[in-house]
Design a protein around this ligand. Structure first.
Ligand code: GTP
Ligand code: MG
Length: 171
């Protein structure tokens, strides 16, 4: 028999790592080179077919990464079932910021939250500053999903949302 479940997903990460671009690639399969920085947060939904009988609806809170919005984040992650924490593979500092979001989630979010660490802008391989190994070892230690993706080309985007969905509890 068919199964349907919906889950709240929160996107976290430093400003300009590409959170909004990731969610727009996932929801509308498009990319905008001139995307404006998010104000407050944005809400989007997307439904995927996980397997022949399982449909998953994501209710997505795309948070604003600018420092001045930091205090709003708990409103969005508090009752989230899953979190996508993004960094930019060309900005070393963005991985540090991602790690501090992950720490905060581990302290403040639901104990069974499914967390994915994603390195975005994989199309900018020539400008890479964060090695795959460094980020993957960190993610593996904490039992997080880990992917490198590109919102620009779409590489790895569906894959990461499917990986998250497959770890969520569907009755
Ligand atoms: P805030 O809303 O301020 O937190 O930023 P954000 O994380 O939502 O970043 P956003 O999606 O607005 O992207 C920031 C910039 O990076 C934009 O100019 C995007 O076009 C660009 N960008 C996003 N993803 C990619 C990517 O995969 N590759 C490349 N080359 N550029 C990207
Ligand atoms: Mg944004």
């Amino acid at each position: 028999e068919p199964r349907f479940a919906q889950f709240k997903l929160v996107l976290l990460g430093e400003s300009a790592v590409g959170k909004s671009s990731i969610v727009h690639r996932f929801v509308t399969d498009s990319f905008d080179d001139l995307r404006e920085s998010t104000i407050g947060a944005a809400f989007l939904t997307q439904t995927i077919q996980l397997d022949e009988r399982t449909t998953i609806k994501f209710e997505i809170w795309d948070t604003a990464g600018q420092e001045r919005y930091k205090s709003l984040a708990p409103m969005y992650y508090r009752n989230a079932n899953c979190a996508l924490v993004a960094y930019d593979i060309t900005q070393e500092s963005s991985l540090d910021r991602a790690k501090s979001w992950i720490q905060e989630l581990q302290k403040q979010a639901s104990a069974d939250i499914v967390v994915a660490l994603v390195g975005n802008k994989l199309d900018l391989e020539a400008e890479r500053k964060v090695s795959t190994k460094e980020a993957k070892e960190y993610a593996d230690e904490l039992g997080l999903i880990f992917k490198e993706i590109s919102a620009k080309t779409g590489e790895g985007i569906k894959d990461v949302f499917h990986s998250i969905a497959s770890k969520l509890p569907v009755e």
